[in-house]
Design a protein around this ligand. Structure first.
Ligand code: ADE
Ligand code: ZN
Length: 324
């Protein structure tokens, strides 16, 4: 199966932390532009750190690199870089996560982040015909009050958001902590998604569905540990945004051949393929599709997952019809 065949599949990316698309070269050039120092000598030394033991060891580096993102132009450049790449890979629609609480801690107001990202999305639509939008993620290892305040700070511009999500360190931070915040997001008319069952237990997947009323689960791979959870995902048609290369790099899965995607797909769970943090995990979306082709997924199966990504997106019905 050629890369071109995989690129040609119309597809959406539904699980992309835009800050995770920050390539080392751009990180150093933004640091220079903003008069900041990164704690690494050069691009090569930074790349050498891309060896992760688990989610937390990745998050430590990811948050360190994010400190170079300061201005609206930085966020625009970051997202435009991603969109150019996405266009080459046949991505027609993208729903981008961002972490406003982390940027606020670096002194960057949420409006600056959103304006930069929205400006890139507008350019992406004009230049490449890529549709999409923003999903504001709450960092689950920060206080719930901070998540609630962040949501209120954007309540006047929910039209600029597709929805809210929940990310960062999972174990020890159950979804139920965020029940009131997600209820408020629902009142504001926002879509809801949450990372669950990446490192955390299958129970967090159920909690996300029942207490946070999410429409999709990000990762969700530990669902395979519980037949009841698998049955729920199939029955309620809850899509999973699976990120195969990420799971291997963060050692949630030993190797791609042992990835739970096969069990999920064969059981009839609606699975989609995504990159998560492509600059850090050795691959963008098509690299994830290609790696799966290398462990015996057929083009027909991969095309089903690509179709799933469009159906599971928050694009309008008209746009979905156009892309299917
Ligand atoms: N933030 C960025 N990437 C993440 C991941 N894979 N899991 C949780 N939070 C994240
Ligand atoms: Zn993620």
């Amino acid at each position: 199966m050629t890369l071109d065949a995989l690129r040609a599949l119309p597809k959406a990316e539904l699980h992309l932390h835009i800050e995770g698309s920050l390539e080392p070269e751009l990180a150093f050039s933004l640091a220079a532009r903003n008069g900041l120092e990164l704690p690494f000598a050069d691009v090569d030394e930074l790349r050498e750190r891309y060896e992760f033991a688990d989610l937390q060891s990745f998050l430590d580096l990811y948050y360190a690199c994010m400190t170079v993102l300061r201005t609206e132009a930085d966020f625009r450049d970051l997202a435009l870089n991603y969109l150019e790449r996405a266009h080459r890979d046949g991505i027609r629609h993208v729903e981008m996560f961002f972490d406003p609480q982390v940027h606020a801690a670096n002194g960057v107001p949420v409006d600056v982040v959103m304006d930069g990202l929205l400006s890139a999305l507008e350019a992406g639509l004009t230049r490449f015909g890529i549709t999409g939008g923003l999903i504001l993620c709450f960092v689950r290892d920060l206080p719930v009050a901070s998540a609630a305040a962040t949501l209120e700070s954007v309540a006047h511009r929910t039209g600029d958001l597709l929805g809210v999500g929940l990310d960062s360190a999972e174990v020890g931070y159950p979804p139920s902590l965020f029940e009131a915040v997600f209820a408020r997001a629902g009142e504001l008319g926002l879509h809801r998604v949450a990372h669950a069952g990446e490192e955390g237990p299958a129970e967090y997947i159920v909690e996300s569905c029942e207490r946070l009323n999410v429409e999709r689960i990000d990762h969700g791979i530990r669902a395979v540990e519980s037949q009841a959870v698998m049955d729920m995902l199939v029955r309620d048609r809850i899509p999973l945004t699976v990120c195969p290369l990420s799971n291997v790099r963060l050692r949630a899965v030993e190797h791609l051949g042992a990835h739970p995607l096969r069990q999920l797909f064969d059981a009839g769970v609606i699975v989609t393929i995504n990159s998560d943090d492509p600059a850090y995990f050795g691959g963008y979306v098509v690299d994830n599709y290609s790696a799966l082709a290398g462990v015996d997924y057929t083009l027909r199966e991969l095309a089903t997952m690509a179709r799933n990504s469009i159906a599971a997106s928050f694009a309008s019905e008209a746009r979905k019809t156009e892309l299917q």
